[in-house]
Design a protein around this ligand. Sequence first.
Ligand SMILES: [Zn+2]
Length: 688
Amino acid sequence: MAATNSKSLERERAKKRIEQLRKEIEHHRYLYHVLDTQEISDAANDSLKNELVQLEKQFSELITPDSPSQRIGGVALQKFEKIRHETRQWSLDDAFTREDALRWEERNRNLLSDDATKPAQFEYEIEPKIDGLHIALTYREGVLQSAATRGDGFIGENVTHSIRTIEAVPLRLDKQIDIFIEGEIFMHKDEFEKLNQRRAKSGEPLFANPRNASAGAIRQLDPSIAAQRKLDCVVYECSNASIPIPAKQSDKLQFLRELGCKVNPYVSVQRSLEGVCNAWQEWGTRRSQENYWIDGVVVKINDIELQRRVGYTGKSPRWALALKFAPEEATTVLKDVTYQVGRTGKITPVAVFEPVKVHGTIVQHASLHNFDEIQRLDIRIGDTVIIHKAGDIIPQVKQVLKGLRPPHAQAIKPPKKCPSCGAPVHKEDSDYVDYVCSNPRCRTIFLEELTYFVGKGGLDIKGLGTKIVEHFADVGLVTKRSDIFGLQKAELLELERFAEKSADNLVAAIERARRVTLRALIRSLGIPLVGDQTASLFVGYLERSQGAIRSIRELLRAMDSITLEGLLSVHGIGERVAQSIVAFFAHAANRKELQEFEHRGVRIIREQRHQKSQIFNNKTFVLTGSLERLSRAKAQHAITQRGGTVSSSVSAKTDYVVVGLGPGSKYDKARALGVKTLNEAQFLAMIN
Ligand SMILES: [Zn+2]
């Protein structure tokens, strides 16, 4: 009985969720197809549809004929004349992984297994898949007769009046033939940005992406709107011609080019699926360099006779496949929020999700940063959220789908106690967004501080990993940072982890760390907001204004003369950083710890500086994408060595953006703001 009950409970829950999902999906469908606008990305929408399909699979009795899962294609708007396509307009099946692609090839191979003339290896034609609007063009005796949208695949909307305004679409072909041609209408990124800038100025709503802007332009009764938006068009398919069409897909494209149509310049022929997949992967990183949106590559069997023989499924050709880039967004449910204490005592709320795959990896957690962010998102436990994750970027909660909020969704309250030590938490001041642990002896804060102090960002003492540092703290060997410099070989040997050699190595590493440059010392202290670059600026200023600093005592004495105003005069040091530095040295416990370092034999040494000419003085750089000949760290070093600073985000104050392979949104932002961009070769030329 109990089992039946829980089953019916589960079914009841699924039913509610299915109803909510259908409503939400219908809402986005209406926005997208009828109003040509978009509130969430295609990937997020697909993620919702996928959840619906999975639930309906589990409870098939809940499927209704009007469920969005039962729909195929779009429906023509009433205001346009309808056109029946000469050739059915298929949509392509999608693949997201190499395994998907391999299965596809395997299936085609099996279909031809009885065929004596089957090839040992398929040859493929591939080209980038431009994210635009599909168009079907009919020519009679070489003259453009009509242009129609895809519609439901059989019947589309007559948009000839708009398409005529696009220069890339020939009104007359170079041969007087009848032919049916298929292609893609799209908008260039820079045109799209200009369009949105104009709309922002005049207070009109912005377009979510260039496809919406193109679709919106074409599906207007007034053709001048399409003309204003400077649309482009490439073609990729033809049929029903009054003269013979070439027998290979790649030759067909050449044939279309000779007729006067525009074909994508990156069409290529691959002799194996391996080559196809490599090109697909390569496009994944270089797609942002093109001036149009690319959401994958399309692969087709090159031999048209083979295309004919493998044929079609009910809705798509078997001989073609859209190899999509892994979606960068997915939807999932927020299950819980936990808290983490950081090195500075800051308490960070962390979202816990139902595990979901985003951009190729399973995501279960994401930082919610602070309570302002929680308020801004208006996120509650039980909410369905959109998660964004691109490239190496850590996952972020982008949006809450409030239409899917369950009635019992639970508000997220700030913690009252530190999750590590249980001490009360407080805000440092009323307009400060972060809560911090009030306990100066909080174990987690101390461990984070200590790990940072000896780690790569700090003194970089080899052999002192997180585990060992924690162990030292647990057995009471290290209760403050300066204790590191008092560690004795005999003490280490008493611990299980250490043998003769490892103890010797650690003692030697600590001995080396006693001789430290002022910059490395400042950096290792973990002063909030002060990393390596700021440490360098700060030390430079300190020595310019106070003379060379040869010991910790001299450092503390010099700090007595340093003021907030003085620090603010340094290019690259802002208000919050300056305050943080001043506050750190004003704190008696910090001064005492520094004196303790000196007492334990820490000595300041001069930096071995290869003096570079300060060609980047007062210049701010932003790096994006990966450079081939320099690591990110080396590039940063090259800039700071020459007097420049490196910032993590692009603003109007940025002087240069160095653009590597696969640049992110920083590149787009630089273009939008008109900031000068440098490719790797140009950057190398500047520093050599
Ligand atoms: Zn604590």
